[in-house]
Ligand binder design. Structure first.
Ligand SMILES: Cc1cc2nc3c(=O)[nH]c(=O)nc-3n(C[C@H](O)[C@H](O)[C@H](O)COP(=O)(O)O)c2cc1C
Length: 364
């Protein structure tokens, strides 16, 4: 254990050209407080600015288009009203000297006709996810999605580009492309969810084509030094079986390519999101991290002690924490002080209003 003034995690650091207060990142967390048009609530500015003690905030996943939506009350970044609401949030964070990136999202098959005006969700292939999804009136079984036509894929790349431009208009410091947790981009990467026979399926280079087209489009707007990518190589979401027949090769190759693009960071969910940090599928986090020259953000069940170990051993540059930020707006101060952490009941995680969201008190 380090004293707070010596903790390698709690000292300022430079990421690309950005000066961060410390190496702690607030992980993206869907909180489902936006309205039905995907406009963030006014109290979201309080929520995010209260957490500006993090070196970097990554917002909740944000839909790049109406088609991208999978869950009720998630925000968007495809129209002016949404941009204006996000601008109030980024202004509030910047007033607290914080930095904030927008996470860009398309849920693909992890959606439901109830969220798509009655249409089928889209995916690389017509393969139904395991389990159920939350829609406006409770949980429903996933459906078999519609496989995208090749010429629709270019239109989605354009949606990402427009979302990236809108993120600039909204005053963000950068963007994170959500390539994790088996949403659309990851559905293309994995051989269990992509059975296409065209240039977007089959061989690994083909499966990586669409995610790389998206990332290149976003880099075209922001420059590589303001773009990160989130991955979850070992996650089995939405079921409990491996998604890939050769995870290390798939993600090693993907990270090689991201490295060559000069991307700012890779944000790696190490293990099964929220569940375990176990390594599997021939992947070790350390090996994978070495495939990428840019910054590495480690995530999943980190404590300050684990973060200090990882940073001091050179295994990561930054560490993101998710759940601890929900009930601890001043999380970094608490870690610095060794103060106890509050825990948020799950009923506050998704949906509702300012209660259990932007009303958590700071340390007393
Ligand atoms: C309420 C909640 C919402 C989440 N929403 C997102 C999201 O929008 N985008 C994403 O990439 N991960 C999301 N995650 C995963 C977290 O970013 C993180 O990977 C996970 O909670 C593990 O980190 P932790 O152990 O520090 O909480 C969410 C997690 C929680 C608990």
């Amino acid at each position: 254990m380090y004293t707070p003034d010596k903790s390698p995690v709690l000292q300022p650091v430079t990421l690309g050209g950005l000066h961060l207060k410390n190496r702690i990142v607030m992980a993206p967390m869907t909180r489902s407080r936006s309205d039905d048009d995907g406009v963030p609530a006014h109290y979201a500015a309080d929520y995010y600015s209260q957490r500006a003690g993090a070196g970097l905030i990554i917002t909740e996943a944000t839909n790049i288009s109406a088609q991208a939506r999978g869950y009720p009350r998630t925000p968007g970044i495809w129209c002016d009203t949404q941009v204006a609401a996000w601008k109030r949030i980024t202004d509030a964070v910047h007033r607290q000297d914080g930095k904030i990136f927008l996470q860009l999202w398309h849920t693909g098959r992890m959606s439901h006709p109830d969220m798509q005006g009655g249409e089928l969700p889209v995916a690389p292939s017509a393969l139904k996810p395991a389990g159920q999804i939350r829609v406006h009136d409770g949980m429903k079984d996933f459906v078999i999605p519609r496989a995208l036509e090749a010429d629709e894929i270019g239109l989605i790349v354009e949606d990402y580009r427009r979302a990236a431009v809108n993120a600039q208009l909204a005053g963000f410091d950068g963007v994170e492309v959500h390539c994790a947790n088996n949403y659309l981009l990851e559905q293309f990467i994995r051989d269990s969810t992509n059975h296409r026979t065209d240039q977007y399926g089959g061989a690994l280079d083909n499966r990586l084509r669409f995610p790389l087209e998206v990332i290149n489009a976003v880099i075209g707007v922001w420059g590589a030094d303001r773009v990160g990518v989130r991955v979850s190589p070992i996650t089995t979401t939405p079921g409990d079986t491996p998604l890939d027949s050769d995870t290390m090769n798939t993600y090693g190759t993907f990270l090689d390519k991201l490295s060559n693009l000069g991307l700012l960071y890779v944000h790696d969910i190490e293990g099964i999101t929220q569940m375990s940090r176990e390594e599997s599928g021939g992947v070790t986090f350390e090996q994978l991290r070495k495939r990428f020259r840019g910054a590495y953000i480690a995530n999943n069940q980190y404590t300050l002690a684990l973060a200090e170990l990882a940073v001091s051993q050179g295994n990561t540059d930054l560490v993101s924490l998710g759940r601890p930020f929900i009930a601890n707006p001043d999380l970094v101060d608490r870690l610095r002080a060794g103060a106890p952490l509050a825990e948020a009941p799950k009923e506050y995680w998704y949906g509702g209003d300012a209660t259990g969201y932007s009303d958590w008190p700071g340390m007393r």
